[in-house]
Design a protein around this ligand. Structure first.
Ligand code: G4P
Length: 530
């Protein structure tokens, strides 16, 4: 049990997520960060091949193959006096609204780019969610041991596509077969890369020392020095404040697979990534900010996961703590329902072992097993008086029509769909015209989860059909303008679960078209839930 105050404990938390496009190296980097953090002893066995590659969660794969318990949601490790909480952002086939919601629980994000590919579509989408929540971004340019794009081009891409100032803290010497290492721009030290090594790389040498010749030939050295000089002239110097405000990203280079540059990244996270901040909330109806050091234990549920064991009907709700010292056995109240629960068996996720949490602080995530009492977006606190802003909904990217096989059960279906939408499994849209329901998701997995739960919990067999719509946007603006638009687009309107008006479009192009014609109406990609 920790003897420090909540404020001191919160200040040493670093809670972050990794965002990337599939195959950029998130799994490999996760494993190597755990290695760098001392949470595991060896890396290199996580990558599954063949059959195993189709495993649902990258982390489940890690869990199975390494025999460690990660429960696919958060890994905690203590390193250098800091507590790191690494949140999983499910990708690949696992991509779902949970991926976005997890980011709402992160205090910082590491954006992993494949050095050969730069910014890819899913990186961009996840980045936009981070920006929406003002989450500072650390960039890790991975796979330098492979033929990479020109590092200047990569920085330009960050600047132009993300409107972020890239501030490299290191500068690479070559790439691929000619990758020699990187220069620490702050310390003028060269970090040599040993080809073929998975972990052991030579100790850093001063750039101006004679020892540099063992690692770089004169041409390579000249090129590195010139590149470093140019980039320091061209790029703004790293400004921690600008990073925290979301305008600047410190850039690291490396090879997750070869365990190169990973320690530097972890050190950078420790030094610059923020500890949990005060969070805006309503307390007994009054607007306020809840500081991490406050005495009262508060937090919000950002994800609910069905038990991985299909014989168990219970779920685990993941609670991001915002303040206080949580201790096991404590009673917490759900703000919106007033229900009280005794948290007797909270789960904390240490990379080395799954343990019962004895205590936890702001920044930490605890898993609370329950039978469906807790929902995504719920606020929990000792008094039951604290309410954090709800989690946003994100415009779905897949829209499908859903029907029940037995037409006599149509009423039943409506109730079930509403229940699942309230829980945040999928989104529900009722078109103004016509009787079909349209369900929306950001990832295919959400439909599978939904079909599964409809079958198991509601005994409903459903059929998904293609819907004519491809995009959904929430309408906002002055009432008269919105009504004018709605009057002219009746066949493309729907109501969401909260009866908010939604425009359903057949394509992204159509959204561009209508927004030009109705400039006073806003077509929003997210909706903050009250
Ligand atoms: P993801 O979770 O973001 O999808 O990426 P993951 O870590 O699974 O990595 C995707 C592929 O990229 C893997 O290769 C992995 O070994 C490789 N990789 C990751 N980091 C690096 C790096 O720094 N350098 C190089 N050269 N490769 C890297 P794969 O061929 O798909 O799998 P495997 O069969 O090699 O295990």
């Amino acid at each position: 049990m920790s003897s420090h105050s909540p404020a001191v404990e919160a200040a040493r938390r670093r809670t972050f997520a990794i965002i990337s496009h599939p195959d950029a190296g998130k799994t490999t980097l996760t494993e190597n960060l755990l290695l760098a953090g001392g949470a595991i002893r060896a890396a290199g066995q996580v990558r599954a091949r063949g059959e195993n590659r189709r495993t649902r969660s990258d982390w489940m794969k890690i869990e199975r193959e390494r025999g460690i318990s990660v429960s696919a949601s958060v890994m905690t490790f203590d390193h250098d006096g800091l507590m790191f909480n690494l949140l999983d952002t499910p990708g690949h086939e696992d991509f779902s609204e949970d991926t976005y919601r997890t980011l709402t629980a992160a205090d910082a994000a590491v954006m992993v780019l494949d050095a050969a590919k730069g910014i890819e579509p899913q990186t961009l989408k996840l980045f936009e969610v981070c920006r929406l929540r003002d989450i500072p971004i650390v960039t890790f340019i991975n796979k330098m041991d492979r033929e990479a794009q020109d590092p200047f081009a990569l920085l330009d891409e960050i600047a132009s596509k993300l409107a972020l100032d890239p501030a490299p803290l290191y500068w690479p010497a070559g790439s691929g077969g000619r990758f020699k290492g990187m220069l620490d721009l702050r310390r003028e030290q060269f970090l040599p890369f040993a080809k073929g090594s998975h972990e052991g790389h030579p100790a850093p040498v001063a750039l101006k020392s004679n020892a540099i010749v063992t690692h770089l030939d004169p041409d390579e050295q000249g090129e590195l020095e010139e590149g470093a000089m140019l980039v320091q002239e061209a790029a703004k110097p790293f400004d921690p404040q600008s990073f925290l405000e979301g305008h600047m990203t410190p850039v690291f280079f490396g090879s997750a697979l070869r365990h190169f540059g990973v320690e530097q990244l972890l050190e950078g996270l420790g030094a610059y990534a923020p500890a949990p901040k005060p969070v805006a909330a309503l307390r007994a109806g009054e607007e306020t900010h809840i500081a991490p050091g406050e005495k009262e234990v508060t937090g919000f549920v950002f994800k609910v996961q069905a038990n991985m064991d299909p014989n168990h009907r219970d779920r685990i709700a993941f609670l991001k703590l915002c303040s206080g010292r949580f201790s096991r056995g404590m009673k917490l109240k759900v703000q919106n329902t007033g229900r009280q629960l005794s948290v007797n068996a909270p789960v904390m996720f240490f990379a080395s072992d799954r343990e019962l949490a004895e205590d936890a602080f702001a920044g930490d995530v605890i898993g609370i097993p329950n039978h469906g009492v807790l929902r995504v977006g719920d606020s929990l606190s000792e008094s039951g008086q604290v309410r954090f802003a709800g989690l946003p909904n994100f415009a779905p990217e897949i829209l499908q029509r859903v029907r029940v096989k037995d037409p006599l059960k149509a009423k039943h279906l409506k109730k079930a769909l509403e229940g699942l939408a309230e829980e945040g499994v999928t989104q529900l849209f009722r078109p103004h015209i016509g009787a079909d329901f349209i369900v929306g998701a950001v990832g295919q997995l959400q439909f599978e989860v939904m079909a599964d739960r409809l079958a198991n919990e509601y005994a409903l067999e459903v059929i998904f059909e293609a819907s004519p719509f491809a995009e959904a946007r929430w309408l906002a603006g002055d009432k008269a303008d919105v009504e004018d638009f709605m009057g002219k687009h009746r066949t493309a309107l729907a109501a969401d679960i909260d009866d908010q008006p939604v425009f359903l479009a057949k394509s992204a192009w159509e959204i561009g078209y209508v927004s030009e014609r109705f400039p006073k109406v806003r077509f929003e990609r997210t909706k903050e839930r009250a």
